[in-house]
Design a protein. Sequence first.
Length: 232
Amino acid sequence: MDELLTERYANQLDGVLSCYDRIVITGSLMPFCYAQGMTKYLYQQGIRIFDYPRFAESLRERIQENAKALAEANGLKIEFIRKQKDFRKENRVQQILKERGDHPGLVHIFGAMEACPSYRPWHDKATGKTYLKPDSGKCITYYFYFSDEQLGLCYVRVPTWSPFRLQFYFNAHHWLANQLKARGIACQMVDNAFVHIADYAAATNWPTSSMLNSCTGVWMSLPDNTARSPPS
């Protein structure tokens, strides 16, 4: 029978922990998130299918204006990344946190040109139907980094081109550390790793529902001009 590493090195381990690590949650805006839904929406709104780029451009401008307004309201400047290959957003954010502190609130906003899903107008001569087809392209994408009291450092990734597929990121290790400290359970971290927890069993069995409630609370508290406001 194969011996587990946790059994082989049991006398050298401080404890064994089973938990989530980094978590990325994706979000889609209905009915924009699939070509058929977007096609139906345009027809319902009386917008020509081949006017889709003009329709999408107006929404892009609204997102860009809202990002600028949010930055100004928080005394920040949007930092545009020209060469992503040589740039690590996490390192830049850590530099800012050293000066700013980790108190809750918006920390920084990045902008970068990144690949994104899209649609292109199409007319099928055989059927006579005009509709949108899935496509890909590039657009300015914003990263809103913020510190939350329970989840720690998070970010929301907001592309500026339809269908606006969002990403919400947080580190579950930081969330768990905050939960343990709130309950008086001592723990110690080095970077992203736990090196000691006073009660490993309690940490491993911490209810996932509590983490999901924290995520929901953070999402609903986001300003409408970051990601939550649907187009009218």
